[in-house]
Design a protein around this ligand. Sequence first.
Ligand code: F6R
Length: 610
Amino acid sequence: MCGIVGYIGHQKASHLLVNGLKRMEYRGYDSAGISFLENGKINILKQKGKVENLDRLVPHDLINTTIGIAHTRWATHGFPNDVNAHPHTDNTGNISVVHNGIIENYTAIRTKLKQDGYSFFTDTDTEVLAVFIGAFYEKVNNLEEAVRMALSEVDGTYGIAVLSSYEPDKIIAARMGSPMVLGIGENEYIIASDAAAIIAHTNKVIYLDDGEMVIVTREGFITKTVLNEETKRQIEAIEFDIQQIEKSGFDHFMLKEIYEQPETVKNAFRGRLLIEKGNVKLGGLNSVIEKLRTAKRIIIIACGTSWHAALVAEYMIEQLAHIPVEVEYASEFRYRNPVIGPEDVVFAISQSGETADTLAAVKEAKQKGATVLGFVNVVGSSIARETEAGTYLHAGPEIGVASTKAFTSQLTVMALVALMLGRMRTLSQLDGKRIALEISELPEKITKVFDQLKQIKEIVDEYAHAKNFLYLGRGFNFPLALEGALKLKEISYIHAEGYPAAEMKHGPIALIDENMPVVFIATQDEIYDKVLSNIEEVKARKGKIIAIANEGDERIKLVANHVIYIPNTLPMLNPILAVVPLQLMAYFMALKLGCNVDQPRNLAKSVTVE
Ligand code: F6R
């Protein structure tokens, strides 16, 4: 979603700001803009479309300023056009503001400001905030005070950066429910909503807390709450390096991230698997170990691909630990007054750690007294900080909008958690050891899946004309059917549905004819024979069958039109291997259809609005 970057230091700001925006392009956006101070005046350049267009618009050679703020906007209030693009200013044009998030009471504030004689030229809530700050400035003649006073009266979420010609050597940034990071360099500061925009300059950062602001000048910075209490913040190190956010020879981030999975899965279990003991050590969960031992129920909240990982986790935990698990869309959980209490343990799964619905669901579960744990990729993110304890995924930055490596890391971490919970209850050391060993072999097995590239590309060539796809699986593979369908639709825009294979005959079977490719995830488990029967049902109606099957499965060849083989593993770990061909199929399909793989239309990497 939206991205913010701001700079104050000794370097020319305009290039640096635009390059910062480029680092955040992966988040999804529809317009971009920059505001800088020159000769005591605020200048603004902004445009609908790509950062590349903005880059061409900015006369870098003519701009000598060393202070500025910039933004990529993902439209919430008003069309994605030049006028609605950020930065926005107050009525005097002396205060410019960039903003991520949503000011929920902006209509009421705008009405009041209009009555007081202020004017509005855009459809955005951000302009209302800028004019609001300007109105306070007229009263107090102090930028920090004006920002503070405005923020104390707004409801909703914000990450903001403010630049003003009134106090020209200063940037003020603040956050509430939308990330904001201060990068601390040598006599220079970069503020950004994403550490990716900072890492090229420094790895020393401060992650602002909700309700906190930072006032940055050329001499230094102070942090304080919006209520004007000074805060003491620790400087932390960004956990990744610049190479991890570059394509490193791959055509797209998505492809790079698919190929990183042997390594990222290994990172998810590295130092955590105790193979000989058939157990797992998850340091981040130490403080809640008794809670986990006695948990009567686990509720998992997540969105999108992370929700699919949660569904697999449900099967894993129930099978190994016999604890009832419920999986909920975070967006539903947060508003339906869920019946939960102190005996419940809630898991929040999220790649970004910033998904608004998941974050709100975490707060709701905490409010009701549950123990809430985070399984998050982005270190220091809001969900990581809002939860009592948790385990990081260690997948490294995921730039491709379609989640790939984070998903397999989520599954790996969930397998570890299930194993740990199982060993606390009924699972024997021997069974634990067998599972731990299989987990340790996953990276090598994922590498073997890449050998199927030729078959995958052939399938893509044959079905690139298809308008619809069906994905079917049972047991551990049912959530995978959902994930396969989601990957295909989000990046290739082909309509695809995922179903539990046996549900097909309760409706979707009506769709099947010779034009319908049906992807079956048909790996070896207790219900393999049932899946074969489902395949026969599709075949009888002339559907085209693409099967993901385990090596050595000869029976599948007799019924399927195409088979992609993956190595054998335990049924509970099959999704970690079987999702890889599904990711590759979606990737090559999108490529063949000329779609923008890394930044699919309308999508944002981290969904920080409801
Ligand atoms: C799909 C995808 C999304 C995310 C969802 C949750 O490829 O990436 O469905 O999984 O928006 O995001 P996180 O995991 O960041 O909470």
